[in-house]
Design a protein. Structure first.
Length: 216
């Protein structure tokens, strides 16, 4: 069945009603062709283009498909990408995720302005990124300082360093062990199902790189 024409109302409905990240991606991918026919000289269509590409970008991130997200940013109208605030934020976020600058990722998601209809998706990705990072750290570390662990999840590192029970409990809830004497957290590897389509099997080797770059 043909999809309704691309519009802000339809885009908002797609974002709100998608039952999974895969469904969101599949639906938005069908609108990429029609989006090519929108004109940047028309202010309403330019705004729709911005909302569409911003939404499509997050649909890639929710599937951890960073490579395709990068490719998509090359396909979008470059004049729009260079001048639109939302798309500039997307590009900043892409760089931070690509470079594994965890604190920057949370700062961009939380502090930069996002279109209202995109806010729930942004918050969904923030939670997804936290959970994904928690699993990665669980695999990569045998022991970790609470402030370092807090940085990975965008939590208050100062409070974590002081052993704030509220923050420590976020980790122990996932099976981590807290040793008050050594003031170290001992991660428990989190078992997850086989990676979904779109998430390459070589990602685990990339994840292990964070041991060397973030072990301090």
């Amino acid at each position: 069945m043909d999809l309704p024409p691309l519009s802000q109302k339809q885009l908002s409905a797609v974002l709100a009603l998608a039952r999974s990240s895969s469904e969101l991606y599949e639906t938005l991918s069908q609108y990429e062709g029609p989006a090519c026919f929108l004109s940047m000289s028309n202010s309403e269509e330019a705004e729709l283009l911005s909302l569409f590409y911003s939404s499509f970008f997050f649909s890639h991130l929710l599937l951890d498909d960073i490579y395709e997200a990068r490719a998509m940013t090359k396909r979008m109208p470059q004049d729009l990408a260079q001048n639109d605030a939302s798309l500039q934020n997307c590009l900043r976020l892409l760089r931070a995720v690509w470079q594994r600058k965890y604190e920057h990722v949370y700062k961009i998601l939380r502090d930069l302005p996002w279109p209202e209809i995109l806010e729930p998706t942004v918050r969904k990705y923030e939670l997804h990124f936290q959970e994904k990072t928690l699993k990665e750290v669980s695999r990569a570390y045998e022991a970790i300082r609470p402030d370092a662990a807090a940085n990975y999840l965008g939590l208050d590192a100062t409070a974590a360093k002081q052993g704030d029970p509220a923050i420590i409990s976020k980790f122990t809830a996932y099976g981590w062990r807290w040793d008050e004497q050594t003031e170290l957290l001992y991660p428990q590897p989190i078992i997850t199902p086989t990676a979904k389509i779109g998430y390459s099997s070589n990602r685990l080797s990339e994840v292990m790189a964070l041991i060397g770059s973030h072990s301090g």
